[in-house]
Design a protein around this ligand. Structure first.
Ligand code: NCD
Length: 305
């Protein structure tokens, strides 16, 4: 039995296969419409979510399966003091696969150690968000045609943004990927990513504060929201929340074929006037999230179509 805790749980070859499957699902959805008939997905979300939970549910429904679950800790027995370990043992009796989001780093890993069904980490605190990374990889590969030879700018809250941490981990495995890390001083990438991931693997990266300086060289710009819920005080959040706002005029500095991605939800960091720019791919990205989660469910359940 396999779980998904980090994007590194799949080898590059396995990831390629998974992304190929997602592209096939996009092209021929009817082929997969009954692949999970009789199977159930549990979505156990202890933290708010729109895209991740609903795209998981849409994915299972598109595969002909069913879904059950809860969407806040308050509406589950966690509010009575039940541990994640006990909860997953019980859910293992009700469902065939589980997607879990939790505010604590490592919660999904703890669950997977007690589970008798595959557990998917749908975001654990400020740590990792592997299925967002699968979505990001599918989006970049489908729209740019490659995952190697790219310069990617990651902009915003690089400290608390788990999507950024997972995406860097995944992309260093491809040839000639350069990272431009754009953040205010206080929201720089955590040391463990700089030292153990980037430096340890001799990956080319620069850190900078001004988005304008980075724009001209980027193939992909990955914008992120300042993660309010992980701040210790509201004043810091208010001071930093509008540090970056991507506008039409900043887009003029970029390459004609640069892609703008964002895991969403957007707050203020991309002006709505950018939405009509053909390079804005963040809503398309949300659609890719369904195909890749369909591919992931099939893969973890060992179902071949
Ligand atoms: C992200 C998350 O939950 O980390 N959202 C998502 O799943 N698409 C990004 C965010 O909340 O900023």
């Amino acid at each position: 039995m396999r779980h998904l805790m980090s994007p590194l749980d799949f080898s590059v070859e396995e990831l390629d296969k998974l992304l190929d499957l997602a592209n096939d699902i996009e092209k021929y959805p009817e082929k997969y419409a009954h692949a999970c008939a009789g199977k159930k997905l549990a979505t156990c979300f202890y933290e708010p979510s729109t895209r991740t939970r609903l795209s998981f549910e849409a994915a299972m429904l598109n595969l002909g399966g069913s879904v059950l679950g809860f969407h806040s800790g308050d509406s589950s027995s966690a509010s009575k003091g039940e541990s994640v370990s006990d909860t997953i043992r019980v859910i293992s009796c009700y469902a065939d696969i589980c997607a879990m989001r939790h505010p604590k780093e490592g919660a999904a890993l703890v669950a997977s150690s007690k589970s008798s069904i595959p557990v998917i980490n749908a975001g654990d605190g400020g740590h990792q968000h592997p299925t967002q990374t699968l979505t990001d990889l599918l989006t970049i590969r489908s729209l740019k045609g490659r995952l190697d030879n790219i310069t990617i700018g990651l902009c915003g809250d690089l400290k608390f943004g788990r999507t950024v941490h997972s995406l860097i981990n995944a992309l260093i495995r491809y040839e000639n990927v350069k990272f431009v890390l754009i953040s205010p001083e206080e929201l720089r990438i955590p040391d463990y990513i700089r030292e153990d991931v980037l430096k340890a693997n001799n990956i080319e990266y620069v850190e900078m504060e001004h988005l304008e300086d980075a724009m001209p060289e980027l193939d992909v710009l990955y914008m992120t929201r300042v993660q309010r819920e992980r701040f210790f005080n509201e004043e810091d959040y208010i001071r930093l929340k509008d540090f970056y706002i991507l506008t039409k005029s900043k887009m003029e500095l970029a390459k004609d074929d640069m892609l703008v991605l964002h895991p969403l939800p957007r707050v203020n960091e991309i002006s709505v006037e950018v939405d009509d720019d053909p390079r804005a791919a963040y809503f398309k990205q949300a659609q890719y999230g369904v195909y890749v989660r369909m591919a992931l469910i099939l893969t973890l359940l060992g179902i071949e179509v």
